[in-house]
Design a protein around this ligand. Structure first.
Ligand code: BGP
Length: 474
């Protein structure tokens, strides 16, 4: 036996990618609602293009997504049928505080998630809740410039008070910010940041990062005060960096890329800004807006576990001739000649997961939780509407084997594993429906057409078997 008896098998989603119902129950507008499908999406999510109104030229998938807002009971029943022990989802901030700066929360929003969590509990499914997954109320974006403003810390604190108190006893596992390092790569999606012409973008990003890190420590503090049973995790878009060659310069470049990524988790888990980052920021003339008491707060309220997403490893080279690039969760990387890639160019590297787990466990010595992993692919249903997704099964089986090796052979302490997009949903990076990750097919296309009917793919029964055998039968 390699995995714990209480290993948390499950799947993961995010509110804006699956719920829809974007104006229902008093929900306010969020940044992610305004990221359209098509070429403009990238410039919006990276903060280069300012889009503050919907227009008829674009399609905005988050408006209706897969309408889980109205289907959650049936969807959770399907998760239970697969044997899920946990379901990772996120709370849409704008359902709880539609504008973000109100003093009183919106009861309809609170009631929606209360009901959803009770539905999970009915099947003994432990909710794993991301407090913000790429969402920020648009009102806060426009009025305060989102996370560039210190005021956000207080608004986030209000959100935490409201949800920790209301869901006490229903939710025990919390993640403060999804892929917190995405501030640096997708500033609008990650932290609601738009840039003004000529402003120092790096300064704004690190300023926002400090605010999020302070907010994360406050959330951890409140969570533990409200209920000592609460377990709070940070969440990193992970993926180890390889040196293209053993040339020391390449090795240093790979180490540097890893450290740039660890920056956030070093603060959330060790409670201190790492020396290498302080030096680098100083060299770049970036000032962290540290206020009195911030450093003590960061030190006192570190996370209980380290969660992360893993899709691909990356490669660093200092040789300008090695310039064939590949994608991978918004991180461009040098192409690795030893690896195959998904249709979107994300390199497939199961052993990289074992290496990443070892890197994180060696560095932080805290339990890990893999909260995203999976293969985005175009699924084509046969005439009977069935998807034989053997490619997805192969991908997941290889990654589960690698995580098993990390646990069994390397002694890594792993709490659980939730595959990304356990039910088909809207892609964060492209906004498309055709990039699917699920065990459950949803009849909806890129333009928003379709019956929304749910059907089990081949991987549904496979994952059920994996969970039933606690990962022994792959
Ligand atoms: C992560 C996000 C998810 C998710 C996933 C897959 O970065 O946390 O929200 O979408 O990547 O990415 P994509 O949807 O672009 O395929």
């Amino acid at each position: 036996m390699s995995f714990r008896k209480d290993f948390l098998w499950g799947g993961a989603t995010a509110a804006n990618q699956c719920e829809g119902g974007y104006t229902e129950g008093g929900r306010g507008l969020a940044n992610v609602d305004l990221a359209p499908v098509g070429p403009d999406r990238f410039s919006v999510i990276t903060g280069k293009k300012k889009m503050v109104d919907f227009d008829s030229q674009h399609f905005y998938p988050a408006q209706n997504a897969i309408d889980m807002y109205h289907h959650y009971k049936a969807d959770i029943a399907l998760f239970a049928e697969m044997g899920f022990k946990t379901y990772r989802l996120s709370i849409a901030w704008t359902r709880i505080f539609p504008l973000g700066d109100e003093t009183e929360p919106n009861e309809a929003g609170l009631a929606f998630y209360e009901d959803l969590f009770k539905e999970c509990r009915k099947y003994n499914i432990e909710p794993l809740v991301t407090i913000t997954h790429f969402d920020c109320p648009m009102h806060l974006v426009e009025k305060y410039g989102a996370w560039r403003s210190r005021k956000m810390v207080g608004f986030y604190e209000n959100l935490c008070h409201a949800i920790f108190n209301r869901y006490k006893g229903l939710v025990k596992y919390w993640l403060t910010f999804n892929e917190i390092n995405m501030i640096l790569h997708a500033p609008f999606m990650g932290a609601g940041l738009y840039f003004e012409d000529g402003e120092n973008q790096e300064q704004v990003k690190y300023q926002a990062a400090h605010h999020e890190l302070v907010a994360s420590a406050i959330a951890t503090k409140i969570a533990h005060e409200v209920d000592p049973e609460n377990q709070v995790g940070c969440m990193l878009a992970a993926g180890t960096n390889y040196a293209y060659t053993c040339k020391p310069e390449d090795v240093l470049a790979a180490r540097k890329a890893d450290r740039d990524n660890f920056f956030f988790i070093d603060v959330q888990s060790r409670g201190e800004y790492p020396a290498y980052a302080l030096k680098e920021l100083k060299r770049q003339g970036i000032e962290l807006p540290i206020e009195d008491g911030d450093l003590a707060l960061l030190k006192a309220h570190t996370v209980d576990f380290i969660s992360f997403s893993y899709y691909a490893s990356r490669v660093q080279s200092t040789d300008p001739k090695i310039n064939e690039k590949t994608a991978g969760n918004l991180f461009a990387s040098v192409k690795n000649p030893y690896l195959a890639a998904s249709e979107w160019g994300w390199q497939i590297d199961p052993l990289g997961l074992r290496i990443t787990m070892n890197d994180l466990y060696d560095r932080y010595q805290k339990p890990l939780f893999i909260v995203e992993n999976g293969l985005g692919a175009v699924d084509v249903p046969d005439e009977a509407g069935y998807v034989s997704d053997d490619y997805r099964i192969d991908y997941l089986a290889a990654h589960i084997q690698a995580m098993k090796d990390a646990v069994e052979l390397d002694g890594v302490d792993l709490l659980g594993y939730t595959t990304w997009g356990c039910i088909d949903l809207v892609s964060a990076g492209t906004g498309e429906m055709k990039k699917r990750y699920g065990f459950i097919y949803v009849d909806r296309d890129n333009e928003g057409n379709g019956t929304l009917k749910r059907s089990k793919k081949k991987s549904f029964d496979w994952y059920k078997k994996v969970i039933a055998s606690n990962g022994e039968d792959l």
